[in-house]
Design a protein around this ligand. Sequence first.
Ligand code: THU
Length: 169
Amino acid sequence: MAKEEYAIHIPIQQYHPNELTDIERIWVDEAIAAAKKAYAPYSRFQVGAAVVLADGQIVTGSNQENAAYPSGLCAERVALFYAGARYPDIPVKAIVIVACRDGIIQKPTAPCGACRQVMLETERRYRHQIQIILYGSDTVYEIASAESLLPLAFDADLRSNEQFFAINN
Ligand code: THU
């Protein structure tokens, strides 16, 4: 078989914060408030996540660090796992991520690989796309689905999810 090169296209909308809709502004403000409550004495990098559920409820989280560094957790997973624990039957429809260090960071902060993996499984679990808003104070990135942020994702999870849905639905 001849070698072929494939390019993966990731659609990202880039815009200025003043183009956010009113409801998105509310979500962003929740994420900023969450970031300010982060427990980040080691990195001094405060991250806030606002998870928006399909019924409009907002669940927030912030990064929680620990002296045993790997024991800490990112803001996104704090919020997504709390949403999963508290409202297991309600799909997630959006997540806003914002970071602060001496004020809100100007450029968008992208989620780490582990958080992308969790976002993707949340999306597949509820069969509901998650709108991802990466907020920076001078630039916003918006991605329509967690699927595009994790191309070539591990696929055994997908098969087990499909079996899970075949059994549970
Ligand atoms: N962090 C997050 O909370 N979310 C991300 O997407 C990237 C990193 C946290 C982990 C750690 O507490 C701090 O930011 C510095 O890496």
